[in-house]
Design a protein around this ligand. Structure first.
Ligand SMILES: Nc1nc2c(c(=O)[nH]1)N[C@H]1C(S)=C(S)[C@@H](COP(=O)(O)O)O[C@H]1N2
Ligand SMILES: [Mo]
Length: 445
């Protein structure tokens, strides 16, 4: 088929380019980022504030060089690309966290995210066995088990069901896993970047399941991916009938391969791993599946020695993205008014309030929520501040509509124990030093 050839050609081209950029970037990160985390911050800010790049010939009252030559033809990039000057705004991996590039995670640059929608090229990626490349012509979704009419659907057939578009975040429950014993990485990208938010378009699962007819004893579903990891998860049927969707579009275009092209499951507000990508099969049953059919779940060991088998909901959380270690207050003048802002989210519904502290948690002030406030979505918060140039301990604390508030790390550790990896939704504190540098610290409450 002609289109097939064309597609595989352009894919291999992109792969080549990506590889090149990726290896350069990794070297950069090691040099400036990992060993000198302040260097990483400077790298991402070089365009904005570092005078070294300024050419006075382009500044007023001169006519800048770009105004003297014709621009690029409109078909320059048939698929648009970010400005070349934004080359530092990319996903990044931490090789020592995940030495196998096939079972890896690429963190989203939250420090550069504006508004509540993560651009598709910056959406975090978590793969158990690489990003799977699926030919949509050969794609099929099987729904079987305890249904009256089992079915095999093509992509076109899925698209014929009535569709909905909804904005939801996805967060891996391992987000922030490095930080349980103390602050480790001086970065918002690496401590919170297993998190992104998009507008998803697809079919609410309840429409399809009602159409197929659920048997009275239908209680659980096994959702299985079509990638080489065949990652599968047991999900209670009530959740699927509540707000789960099978989606084929992300921010107005087809899903990206990294997000499960052509079809993934969206389980709003619940653990990232339930959002099965390259969705191949949904089997309806009367009980959850175990090791044979379901790959290892994320369980949580408690101080008592008991473990929680399922902890599905991603609890209320927030982080300040401006300032942050990558966005220091290097050029902020004393007495100058500056916006502090960040992202809050909850898997239980809407964000109802965000409080800000400047003294490591002794006093709290209300931030303003801005823009759309949607359930199980990013919500932006903001506060205007005049800095007196003295060091501050800056943190945000979000509360959601069911009344849950982010705990301190000390409180969370008491409940969860010290061996915790998952569901770390405690308060994140930044130390802003007198020289404007921002560091990841854990406040003692
Ligand atoms: N088929 C399949 N689905 C998958 C995964 C996978 O490896 N294979 N990873 C899961 C995990 S652990 C997470 S956190 C989310 C990440 O979604 P993203 O890569 O779109 O950010 O996808 C989930 N779905
Ligand atoms: Mo995950």
């Amino acid at each position: 088929m002609k289109t097939k050839d064309k597609k595989s050609f352009s894919l291999s081209m992109n792969d080549e380019n990506n590889k090149k950029i990726h290896s350069n970037e990794r070297r950069e990160f090691f040099k400036k980022g990992l060993f000198y985390s302040v260097g990483l911050a400077a790298a991402s800010n070089a365009l904005a504030s570092n005078g070294a790049n300024i050419d006075p010939a382009n500044l007023p009252p001169n006519i800048p060089s770009w105004a003297k030559i014709p621009g690029k033809p409109v078909e320059w990039h048939p698929y648009g690309q970010p400005s070349a000057y934004e080359h530092n705004v990319i996903r990044r991996s931490v090789p020592f966290l995940s030495p196998d590039p096939m079972a890896d995670v690429a963190f989203s640059p939250l420090q550069d995210q504006n508004g509540i929608i993560t651009p598709n090229g910056l959406f975090f990626v978590r793969d158990h066995n690489g990003t799977c490349i699926v030919d949509p012509n050969d794609y099929r979704l099987i729904i079987h088990g305890l249904v009256d009419k089992p079915i095999i659907l093509t992509l076109e057939e899925i698209k014929r069901y009535p569709s909905e578009s909804r904005i939801h975040f996805i967060e891996c429950p391992a987000n922030g896993a490095t930080e349980w014993r103390g602050a480790q990485l001086d970065s918002v990208q690496f401590t919170k970047g297993m998190l992104s938010c998009a507008q998803w378009t697809g079919v609410p699962l309840k429409i399809i399941l009602k159409d197929l007819g659920l048997k009275p004893n239908a209680k659980w579903a096994l959702a299985e991916g079509g990638d080489a990891s065949t990652m599968a998860r047991s999900i209670p049927i009530e959740k699927l009938l509540d707000d789960a969707m099978i989606v084929y579009a992300q921010n107005g275009e087809a899903l990206r391969p990294e997000q499960g092209y052509p079809v993934r499951l969206i389980v709003p507000g619940w653990e990232g791993n339930l959002n099965v990508k390259w969705l191949r099969r949904i089997k309806i049953g009367d009980k959850p599946w175990h090791a044979k059919e379901e790959t290892a779940k994320y369980t949580m060991l408690l101080p008592s020695g008991k473990a929680i088998q399922y902890y599905w909901v991603m609890d209320v959380n927030s982080v300040i993205t401006s300032p942050c270690p990558e966005k220091p207050w290097k050029d902020v003048k004393i007495g100058q008014k500056i916006e502090i802002q960040g992202i809050a989210w909850s898997g239980r519904g809407r964000i109802s309030a965000v409080d800000i502290t400047f003294d490591g948690g002794k006093n709290w002030t209300k931030a303003r929520l801005k823009g759309l406030i949607l359930p199980k979505s990013f919500t932006r918060f903001t506060i205007e501040y005049i800095w007196d140039g003295k060091p501050i301990y800056l943190a945000s604390r979000a509360t959601d509509e069911v009344g849950m508030t982010q705990p301190t790390i000390q409180k969370l550790k008491k409940i969860r124990g010290v061996e915790g990896v998952y569901h770390r939704n405690s308060i994140t504190t930044w130390e802003v030093k007198a020289n404007g540098e921002v560091h990841n610290v854990q406040a003692i409450y």
